[in-house]
Design a protein around this ligand. Structure first.
Ligand SMILES: [Zn+2]
Length: 198
């Protein structure tokens, strides 16, 4: 008899092993940590899991995570410049540079024909709607510097150019194929400042 097969333990190990980068051994360590932890700390942990699903939603305007929509960025920040990123975590990377004071737009993906993701599958329509009021003067495209990120940048720039909006791309200080979230703040800051019109 393997104690990992006792139903409640097996179930918890199974749940932990669904988390990104968590293998079976780590999932087991987490499960045994929970068994040893105090009732109160386990209760807090369980409540925070339920709470996040209840409280966190997507901003109707920019698509970022928020407790209320429109989010604080959309309510309080300057709409003259909008920075377009692939995922919410990329907005955190840009925000850490401290050099960007505009609003964000989260695409929730990039164009990737091989994976069957076309322009209509990401939040491009929503971006066009946001530009309707004519306030925005520049859109900075900060998708990752990989093939899909570049194709998406090009696609968006072709859509926006005829609207008379300046479209720029973060500079290639970040090496090709790397991801925004792993770029250090100085590099990303420089990539943002050295952006080029496309
Ligand atoms: Zn928002």
């Amino acid at each position: 008899m393997n104690i990992n097969q006792i139903e409640p333990i097996a179930r918890l190990i199974n749940e932990f092993s669904k988390l990104p980068s968590v293998g079976k051994r780590t999932a087991e360590r987490y499960a045994y940590h929970i068994i040893r932890a105090s009732d109160e700390s386990v209760k807090n942990f369980a409540e925070s899991l339920l709470n996040i699903k209840e409280k966190i939603k997507f901003c109707d305007v920019c698509g970022n995570y928020t407790e209320q929509t429109p989010c604080a960025f959309c309510r309080e920040r300057d709409k003259k410049i909008i920075c377009v990123v692939k995922e919410p975590k990329d907005s955190i990377a840009i925000e850490k540079t401290g050099n960007f004071k505009g609003q964000y737009h989260i695409l929730h993906g990039v164009i990737n024909p091989l994976a069957g993701v076309g322009p209509n599958d990401i939040r491009i329509k929503e971006l066009l709607t946001r530009l309707d009021d004519g306030i925005t003067q520049e859109v900075i495209i900060a998708t990752n510097p990989d093939v899909e990120g570049e194709a998406t940048a090009l696609y968006i720039s072709r859509l926006l150019k005829p609207l008379g909006i300046k479209v720029s791309r973060i500079a290639q200080g970040i090496s090709m194929g790397s991801e925004l979230e792993y770029a250090d703040e100085v590099t990303l800051s420089k990539a943002l400042l050295d952006r080029k019109e496309i």
